[in-house]
Design a protein around this ligand. Structure first.
Ligand code: SF4
Length: 419
């Protein structure tokens, strides 16, 4: 007999070697990536980064040893010379040495929209991760070129939903139910362009952490059940907020391979309203009930706000949950003197602490790592692509295939029409 936690992980699944490896890895953090709310992340020369070997290696050697000050000076100079030729977008989770150069900062969707609304700039430099630059390319004007500073800046959550695994699951659902007409695929913004296109082709839609409820309400008007990927937690937390019982939201474990119905029984799937993909954000899944309990003990009266990519039990124990924009607003609107424990990426928490000196702001995870893939956008990469642009050389252009782009745009436009 297997038992199941509220997060849908059974004893049997917990014995899965993939999960075991992940649990072991979670115990280790790279020392220089450990940081506290008030210290932020200091830029060190690229060559001294312990993970540099797995980052984009094509960057010329002249950039490897440059310190933060030199890089800042060179980027600033290139920025001035390029003027309106470039628009620089900075995701909330980027380090300060990158965000300081951004024309705007925000979440992935807001940034992509901003770029599309500035057609006077032919080059969009997206300081974020791969799926974000893809979304910008999907929404960009025909005259715009999207550049990702480090092509190895991916997203572990997006990588958990590989297109072949999703197609295979879809076929299994089709075989089980006889048709997928009543199943609406919904992909979180944090997914590959190919999956957004899959949703566009199959009557589905894209959602963000700001509009997931609205999108799911729409989806349930179109069909009987939702196939939600790649983030199980956002799907479950949103479903719960819509009064969908936990046992009607079942987890599809793609790691079990084709032919296993994602580890569910036909009866469980028949009973389900939301089929959740086994995916998560490695940053937000670190937040725990214990951290919240410790924060409440240490700071009586503390307010806890977390991102909905956190586990169900963490969201339930928090005072509020919402997107990065929601968290920023929550902090800004809190009364002076408030103490707020936040469950999201350290760069944003650190920035909010600096911008709200009249409040005590801290990250729930005392040794939280930044998002390791966002971290790959080191200023040396930004200097490299900008100085290359000055010479008329475009490096690291991110281009989505036209067919995928057209279908992905359908799914994005369905979401936009809901506003
Ligand atoms: S914070 Fe999580 S979801 Fe966002 S880019 Fe990093 S791994 Fe992906």
């Amino acid at each position: 007999m297997t038992t199941e936690t509220t997060t849908g992980v059974s004893d049997k699944q917990a014995k899965n070697p993939y999960i075991q490896v992940e649990q072991v890895l979670a115990q280790f953090t790279v020392p220089q990536l450990q940081c506290e709310t008030d210290t932020g992340i200091e830029t060190i020369p690229l060559a001294e980064e312990v993970s540099f070997g797995s980052w984009q290696p094509e960057i010329p050697e002249e950039y490897w040893q440059l310190d933060a000050e030199t890089l800042n000076t060179r980027i600033r100079a290139a920025r001035e010379r390029l003027g309106d030729q470039v628009v620089i977008l900075g995701h909330h989770y980027q380090r300060e040495d990158i965000v300081q150069f951004a024309d705007t900062r925000g979440d992935s969707f807001a940034l992509a929209q901003y770029a599309a609304e500035h057609p006077e700039s032919p080059y969009i430099i997206f300081c974020g991760v791969h799926f974000m630059a893809e979304a910008a390319d999907i929404l960009a004007q025909p005259n715009q070129t999207v550049i990702l500073p480090n092509m190895e800046a991916g997203c572990s959550m997006a990588d958990m939903a590989a297109a072949p695994d999703v197609y295979s699951a879809w076929r299994e659902l089709e075989d089980l139910f006889g048709s997928t007409e009543d199943i609406i695929p919904v992909t979180y913004m944090n997914s590959a362009a190919s999956l957004k296109a899959f949703c566009g082709e199959n009557g589905g839609v894209v959602c963000t952490s700001s509009n997931a409820t609205q999108v799911l309400e729409w989806a349930f008007q179109q069909g009987k059940r939702v196939f939600f990927f790649p983030d199980q937690h956002l799907g479950r937390n949103t479903g719960h907020a819509m009064d969908i019982p936990l046992d009607e939201m079942v987890l599809w474990d793609w790691r079990l391979g084709p032919g296993n119905l994602g580890g569910r029984t036909p009866e469980e799937l028949e009973h389900s309203r939301i089929i959740l993909w086994q995916g998560h954000c490695s940053v937000h899944q670190r937040f725990s009930l214990t951290q919240i309990e410790q924060a409440r003990q240490q700071f009586p009266g503390v307010q806890i706000v977390v991102h909905p990519e956190s586990r169900y039990e963490v969201v339930q124990a928090a005072d509020a949950n919402g997107s990065t924009a929601f968290i920023a607003k929550y902090v800004a609107e809190a009364a002076p003197g408030s103490i707020i424990g936040i469950g999201t990426e350290i760069n944003l928490v650190s920035r909010l602490a600096k911008e709200n000196p009249d409040k005590t702001i801290f990250c729930l995870d005392p040794v939280v790592c930044p998002c390791s893939t966002m971290y790959r956008v080191h200023p040396a990469y930004l200097a490299w692509i900008m100085e290359s642009l000055e010479r008329g050389e475009v490096v690291n252009q991110l281009r989505v295939d036209d067919n995928i782009k057209a279908n992905a745009r359908i799914a994005l436009e369905r979401m936009l029409a809901l506003k």
